[in-house]
Ligand binder design. Structure first.
Ligand SMILES: C[S@@+](CC[C@H](N)C(=O)[O-])C[C@H]1O[C@@H](n2cnc3c(N)ncnc32)[C@H](O)[C@@H]1O
Length: 504
């Protein structure tokens, strides 16, 4: 059973789930094929797409009848009332009601939580238990609402570097979705949260998933893990930037602006083992007169970590305010206009032009010359990013460390999956543009000159760059000295972007 230590009172009827009851429920769910694949097949594409639009009717139609999977879906996922006799036939109703997971009234049973199947890292079935989804018309979420696994959770899971580790930390675990994922990778996982209700739900998620190596700790940011070190830290923190004190713990903090994300980044290296990773989602401000890259770059400066910061989206202040007012179902409430206005006032006062969404990955290289690459990538990229993320950081570090002389004597090779495209008027000998395109990974495209294209076509790591450039200069009738002077800068950036790799 996951260990719950000193988490303070849980302000409602949710109680720890006894191990025997957790096992019993887990078996009912698995036997009914209440799994990621089972649910997907049962709902079908149309109902699944409708659910993503907050429309329940197709899913309710797809789950009618007395058959177990349909009943479990209506109960735990769609939050429809289910006849008490049907529930009693498959679940220990009284015991589940005693721990606060179900409520029975007037011959009908309702779920008090949302229970969603999840595939664990080792592909065993897992379960994430959270508060029921708050949909438009349901009122606003409670301030200690615990969100389920959403799009942001999936983004973070796919970002996590692969490979086994000894100790992992999931900071702000919520329903425990990342902790469950980490449990298959790490010998030991520590899951923290300020919200006791979140820790209770995370504990239930672990118990129902048959996961026993996650330990819950209560407290803010790194307080619960003072003096400890981890090989992997993940966090999908409450990054939403608002003018008011936190209304919703799942998304907001009391730190002003993007201060929470800045604090996390600045503090994380102290809690990482040498070579350990910290991977988090974040929001950052775009402020008048400041490049956002400098702002986020400042958070990571001097940490001894190398890394990668990616901006995946930017919203203007009005889009941002609408997004989060919609998230908390405030549209149409009397408070909507006042809060919208006050939020925009705040952004105006602070000179905020936009809000960036993205991720921050740091590796504790303990290196004076460590560098963090900060960039925007808005296009589709290969998933899961975690599979090739260390190569991205290695490429940036290698390129950062290469002097011109070292580069000219290095052996480089074209990275796997890079193709060349020549674009020009049909029938003319010379292309107008030459592009190198990555068919995998980050799927970048770079426009290059004839020398770099020539290098791409011949370099396989067997000869150093300098002599290759001399030969290409001769073939293209260019001055070898000026080619040797000009190309290293371009090549460094192509190495940083993963088009070339340094073989030795
Ligand atoms: C967006 S939810 C993330 C939940 C989950 N980890 C995921 O990936 O979906 C953020 C979580 O951070 C918690 N939190 C808020 N303030 C915190 C703080 N100061 N320290 C630690 N956790 C905090 C919230 O209670 C919430 O569970």
């Amino acid at each position: 059973m996951p260990h719950l230590s000193d988490n303070g009172p849980v302000p409602d009827s949710l109680r720890p789930i006894p191990p025997r009851l957790a096992d019993q429920l887990r078996h009912v769910l698995i036997d009914a094929d209440y799994t990621v694949h089972g649910v997907r097949d049962r709902l079908g594409d149309m109902a699944a797409r409708a659910l993503a639009r907050e429309q329940l009717i197709p899913a309710l139609r797809a789950t009618g009848g007395e058959e177990h999977l349909g009943l479990l879906l209506r109960l735990w996922w769609l939050h429809a009332p289910v006849p008490e006799a049907s529930v009693r036939a498959i679940l220990p109703l009284q015991e589940l009601a005693d721990v606060g997971l179900l409520t029975a009234d007037g011959g009908e049973v309702r779920a008090a939580v949302h229970l969603e199947p999840r595939e664990l890292a080792d592909e065993r079935p897992g379960y994430v238990v959270s508060d029921p989804i708050v949909r438009p018309g349901d009122g606003q979420p409670r301030s200690d609402h615990v969100v389920g696994a959403g799009g942001a959770s999936a983004t973070l899971s796919k970002l996590i570097v692969e490979g086994p580790v000894e100790r992992a930390l999931d900071l702000g675990t919520g329903c425990g979705v990342q902790a469950l994922y980490l449990a298959g990778r790490a010998a030991e996982v520590c899951a923290t949260d300020v919200n006791p209700r979140a820790l209770r739900l995370a504990e239930i998620s672990c118990a129902l998933s048959g996961v026993h190596n996650v330990h819950m700790r209560s407290g803010s940011l790194f307080d619960p893990v003072q003096g400890e070190r981890f090989d992997l830290i993940t966090s999908n923190p409450p990054f939403v930037i608002t003018p008011e004190p936190a209304r919703y713990t799942y998304r907001e903090s009391d730190l002003p602006g993007d201060g929470l994300c800045a604090d996390l980044v600045r503090q994380a290296p102290r809690y990482l083992t040498d070579g350990g990773w910290c991977q988090m989602l974040a929001n950052w401000l775009h402020v008048d007169g400041e490049d956002w890259r400098d702002r986020v770059g400042d958070w990571t400066a001097g940490t001894g970590c190398s890394g990668w910061v990616v901006q995946r989206d930017v919203q203007d202040p009005a889009e941002y305010v609408e997004l989060w007012l919609r998230d908390s179902c405030e549209h149409g409430t009397p408070e909507y206009t006042r809060r919208y206005d006050a939020w925009l006032d705040y952004f105006e006062r602070e000179g905020v032009r936009g809000i960036g969404f993205g991720w921050i990955c740091l590796r504790n290289d303990v290196a004076q010359d460590a560098t963090v690459r900060v960039e925007e990538l808005r296009h589709e990229i290969e998933q899961p990013v975690g599979r090739y993320l260390p190569d991205v950081v290695d490429g940036a570090m290698t390129s950062h460390r290469l002097t011109d002389a070292a580069l000219l004597s290095a052996h480089v090779a074209l990275a796997p999956g890079v193709t060349e495209e020549r674009i020009g008027v049909p029938g003319t000998p010379d292309p107008e543009r030459i592009l190198l395109r990555q068919r995998n990974g980050l799927q970048r495209v770079a426009q290059v000159g004839t020398v770099e294209a020539g290098l791409a076509s011949v370099c396989d790591g067997t000869m150093p760059v300098g002599p290759l450039l001399d030969a290409i200069a001769e073939l293209t009738e260019q001055d070898p000295a000026s080619v040797r002077e000009r190309v290293p800068d371009v090549l460094r950036s192509l190495i940083a972007e993963g088009f070339f790799r340094v073989a030795r």
